[in-house]
Write a protein that binds this ligand. Structure first.
Ligand code: GP9
Ligand code: MN
Length: 626
């Protein structure tokens, strides 16, 4: 081995320089952009080790190529790897997550994200490409000295590849010591990347991609029955409290998906002014779920729609709207249709975004009002499209034409990253911090709040209000952890992992005209919206292979599962493999051998996520009722 390494060093030093710089860069941006925090020396060792097998593999492959082509292959390798790193970093800034293959298949959506992407770039991003510039310079300047024209045979490189294998085994071995069953059990990509490294993660993702594709072929009725039996048990446990059963029977249903509105703005102020004056007022005479979490992942808004319509979890990778639009579902619109409702979604964006037009058909919506159904001009749009106030006003006009009772989902748009808003629509001033995103967030939230006020006023004017039940919920976070410093300044507290989970709370409000207001403190999440709504409407359904629970049920177990495997109960928050005491916000101080209060839930959480994924990957609902 020593001989071959010396030979490469002697004959092709530029390879070693290039790959060493890539290695160093990968480590630096790990800390810098991917927020990697080390808790023990083993984690440092893992971090230093895990890019090595990948780099060695490609070095070996390039060495086997024709000498005249090696320089070009090296450059292509460095450019592609750097781009992978950079693309992940930009994505991570907005989503605190890594890119997966199904996400790349969402090409059309990515184009729409361009306005957001530019605001996410930073001056120090030059680090992602500086090594390429150096290598290109070296090639021009001293190619002869830094790269001899020698060729390598596979036989010569056997010791080299053997050492690469040893490094691979060590990387996987250490990762498994640090986190047993890492690859088979975890839904948390941050944890996976931290332990196996960003490059290996992408290989693992390719494997997952192929594997999930195969699951439908091997799925069978027994698998469905096993999962169904489990969900039915959950349902039985909770057939309690009929207090509110049917109180909204026969009413029009209006669900408002409030883009990127988090719960921390509710009842809160910025520069001494209320951020959501209308919602604050509305809560006074509504059911307000004060600890309600979004459960979305890479599919963002579409994931929230999936949760609400199916009471299943969205997928751990990609957006189910794109990956499984032809599955059999028994979704909310279909149920409402069965009960005589006209069902529609109203959203002033194009129908292909998130593959909505295709997925909505499958979910059973009668109609999808897209950008083509709205009058959109330069004056009434900003950022992603039609401004929310105009959207609400024009939606009312559509509603007046619809058959009743109707079940509608209105999806707002203005409060979307990067939160652009014209002067004339800023009802409150921006915040002042180092994050332009957070600064701009407050006026756009305030604007959407105003749009909802306009909507309510118009409902009343048109006589639609009394006969409706209105549900408002936030689809997902608006401010990612990339803005933690500014967030910490605003909230006047440190943003610990515990607080980060708290920040995943979004508002959920159910307004039933004539009913008194009540704060419901139970821990709940988007997956619970459907059973809760059906309860209020007095609708009971037979097919119940779902995971949501009626929040009004007194016997409901308070357990909310986030898509990455974090979870929340009445007393604990579990995240990043740490069990936090909700009463103190600190990790539990456990004696040696003492079981953590989170332990009893861990298996249940994994099981539910796993079952839900198997339903989707295996298209198991096609076996329901057969
Ligand atoms: C697009 C809108 C925003 O139509 O729903 O989608 P998001 O980026 O939040 O998923
Ligand atoms: Mn959204």
């Amino acid at each position: 081995m020593k001989a071959i390494v010396l030979k490469i060093l002697h004959e092709k030093p530029i390879f070693i320089i290039g790959l060493s710089m890539l290695w160093l860069k990968t480590i630096i941006v790990g800390f810098w952009d991917f927020n990697i925090v080390l808790e023990n020396p083993l984690q440092l060792l893992i971090l230093l080790l895990n890019p090595i097998p990948f780099l060695m593999l490609f070095l070996g492959l390039i060495l086997l190529a024709k000498p005249s082509r090696q320089a070009i292959y090296l450059c292509v390798f460095l450019i592609v790897s750097s781009f992978v790193l950079f693309a992940n970093s930009v994505y991570y800034r907005e989503f605190t997550d890594y890119i997966t293959i199904p996400l790349l298949l969402v090409g059309s959506n990515m184009a729409d994200l361009s306005s957001s992407v530019f605001t996410l770039m930073q001056w120090h991003d030059i680090i992602y490409f500086i090594d390429i510039i150096i290598i290109a310079g070296l090639f021009v300047w001293k190619k002869q000295a830094l790269m001899k024209n020698s060729r390598y045979r596979f036989r010569q490189l056997v010791p080299f590849f053997s050492v690469m294998m040893i490094f691979s085994v060590l990387t996987i071995g250490f990762a498994n010591i640090e986190r047993p069953q890492l690859l088979s059990r975890s839904f948390d990509r941050e944890l996976i990347v931290k332990n196996i490294g960003i490059y290996n993660f992408h290989f693992y993702d390719v494997y997952l991609h192929m594997n999930t594709r195969a699951q439908r072929v091997f799925a069978n009725e027994d698998e469905f029955n096993e999962i169904n039996e489990y969900t039915v048990k959950v349902e039985k446990r909770e057939e309690a409290d009929y207090d509110l059963f049917g109180i909204a029977e026969g009413k029009n249903v209006i669900l408002i998906t409030a883009e990127s509105i988090q719960n921390f703005v509710i009842g809160n102020e910025v520069n001494g002014e209320e951020i959501t004056p209308f919602l604050n007022e509305l809560i006074e005479d509504s059911y307000y779920f004060s600890e309600f979490y979004h459960q979305t992942a890479q599919g963002k808004t579409s994931d929230s729609e999936f949760l609400v319509n199916n009471a299943l979890f969205p997928l751990p990778r990609g957006a189910v709207f794109f990956t499984h639009p032809t599955n059999k579902y028994y979704a909310l619109p279909e149920i409402m249709n069965e009960h005589g409702y006209f069902t529609a979604t109203l959203h002033a964006n194009n129908g292909t975004f998130w593959n909505r037009s295709v997925m909505y058909e499958q979910l059973g919506f009668d109609r999808f009002y897209t950008d083509e159904d709205y009058e959109i001009t330069a004056d009434n749009s900003i950022g992603w499209g039609l401004k929310d106030i105009d959207f609400m006003e024009q939606s009312i006009e559509h509603m007046l034409e619809m058959p009743q009772p109707f079940h509608l989902n209105l999806i707002t748009l203005t409060n979307h990253h990067p939160f652009d808003l014209g002067e004339e629509d800023q009802f409150i001033d921006q915040y002042d911090s180092n994050s332009r995103t957070l600064n701009q967030y407050f006026p756009t939230v305030r604007y959407t709040d105003e749009a909802i006020r306009v909507f309510f006023d118009r409902l009343k004017e048109e006589g639609l209000y009394e006969d409706s039940i209105i549900l408002i919920f936030g689809d997902h976070y608006g401010i990612s952890s990339f803005h933690n410093r500014a967030m910490s300044q605003y909230l006047e507290k440190d943003i610990t992992p515990f607080v980060e989970i708290e920040l995943q709370q979004v508002p959920f409000i159910i307004h039933i005209p004539g009913e008194e207001g009540k704060v419901i403190p139970d821990v709940s999440g988007q997956i619970d919206i459907r059973p809760t709504l059906l309860h209020l409407l007095g609708i009971k359904i037979e097919k119940q292979t779902t995971f949501g629970r009626n929040i009004f049920s007194k016997e409901r177990e308070e357990l909310v599962i986030l898509r990455n495997g974090s979870f929340i109960t009445e007393d604990v928050i579990y995240t990043s493999e740490t069990c936090y005491d909700k009463s103190t916000g600190e990790p539990f101080d456990l004696e040696d051998g003492e079981e953590s209060p989170c332990q009893p839930y861990i298996e249940e959480v994994q099981r539910q996520l796993n079952y839900s994924d198997r339903i989707i990957y295996g298209d198991l609902l096609r076996f329901e009722g057969t």
